[in-house]
Ligand binder design. Structure first.
Ligand SMILES: [Zn+2]
Length: 360
């Protein structure tokens, strides 16, 4: 810890599952290091209220370092609190469900009022985490559904990076995308395609093997560096649109992003000129749909808790996804709500057809 300039006392903002399984290990490690530490149970939402509570606790306890331990929302809230307190931040994911761990970005959700559970916006902090600590032995003890969601989040990264680069859009830090970021994103997709199913099988058996290690690296490091340095586009904007529908709130970020990726690819297919280009774009979307079905991620509106005949809900998703500050405007062509509605309907149709063709 000294090597990265960290010091105690430490405030840990931690999810309940992480506390239940890891609190004794933390107590032992910090006692051995001679650091005071205090564990604050995370309230469940990366909201302004929760961030303020963590920051207040850090000030009251004289913390010199804030650690976030748990899933993406825990990390996002702890990261925002560390930024507000100008303290070093250690990111310690205990599940592999998003690419949040390495980033300097917090997604902020509403935790009250009619918009409860919906995305309010992004906060981009001055610096990246001081340390990202991932123990694959701990990740292997988490439910496979979380790893599947992490695979969904990781798969979107390349398609969004490619689109943002083609548009010349700014990355998440307001800078230019780099070739390195695009290649990391591509590698992320390739690793996930090649090893995703095997990694999930390993997770079901709580085994840490080579495919599992590679997929955790892809979903955490490659995807995190890829999205932050190359940019987001339609898939995550559709995710944010889905959060406008309360029935999707029980789904994980990566599960909504998985469907968002299909919609993203359908938007590209709509825009491709010429028969051959359109067939290529649809074949790419089909490959993604088959992969998503294979790893148990949602590919239809029904799986997201939305009635495919509910035009009002689909319009609300499209409206929110195309809000003026949304990353959907980083696509290399103009996108409006009507186009997103068409793409959602097309993605749902492809998803249903693909799901129907799978042996059960
Ligand atoms: Zn994401």
């Amino acid at each position: 810890m000294q090597a990265v300039g960290l010091e105690g006392p430490v405030l840990m903002a931690a999810g309940n599952a992480a506390i239940a399984s890891l609190a004794p290990a933390w107590a032992k490690s910090f006692a051995e290091a001679g650091w005071m530490h205090r564990v604050l149970a995370f309230g469940g939402e990366s909201s302004r209220r929760e961030i303020a509570a963590i920051a207040a606790e850090a000030s009251a306890s004289g913390a010199r370092t804030i650690v976030g331990a748990g899933g993406g929302k825990t990390l996002d809230a702890a990261r925002a609190a560390a930024a507000a307190c100008r303290l070093p931040f250690v990111s310690c994911p205990t599940v592999c469900s998003t690419d949040a761990p390495t980033s300097a970005l917090s997604v902020i959700y509403a935790d009250e009022g009619p918009g409860r559970g919906s995305v309010e916006g992004y906060e981009i902090h001055r610096r990246s985490p001081d340390l990202v600590l991932v123990d694959t032995r701990v990740i292997a003890e988490s439910p496979p559904r979380f790893l599947a969601a992490g695979i969904g989040d990781a798969l979107s990264t390349y398609y969004e990076a490619r689109a943002a680069a083609a548009a010349g859009a700014a990355n998440m830090r307001g800078g230019r995308s780099t070739l390195a970021a695009l290649e990391l994103a591509r590698l992320c997709r390739d690793v996930v395609f090649e090893h995703g199913a095997a990694a999930l099988a390993a997770c079901r058996h709580r085994v840490v093997d080579d495919p599992f290690e590679r997929v955790v690296e892809a979903a955490t490091l490659l995807s995190g560096l890829g999205f932050e340095s190359a940019g987001l586009a339609a898939a995550h904007a559709v995710h944010n649109g889905l959060t406008a529908i309360p029935t999707t709130h029980g789904l994980l970020h990566g599960e909504k992003v998985a469907f968002g990726t299909l919609v993203h690819l359908m938007l590209e297919a709509q825009q491709s000129t010429g028969k051959a280009a359109r067939a290529d774009a649809e074949a790419e979307a089909q490959r993604v749909a088959e992969f998503l079905v294979g790893v148990g991620l949602p590919v239809t509106l029904g799986e997201l808790g939305i009635d495919a005949a509910d035009a009002h809900a689909i319009a609300a998703v499209a409206e929110r996804a195309t809000a003026p500050d949304e990353t959907i405007h980083a696509m290399p062509f103009p996108v409006d709500a009507a186009g997103v509605v068409t793409a959602i309907v097309a993605a749902d149709a492809m998803g249903r057809a693909t799901r129907g063709n799978q042996p059960s």
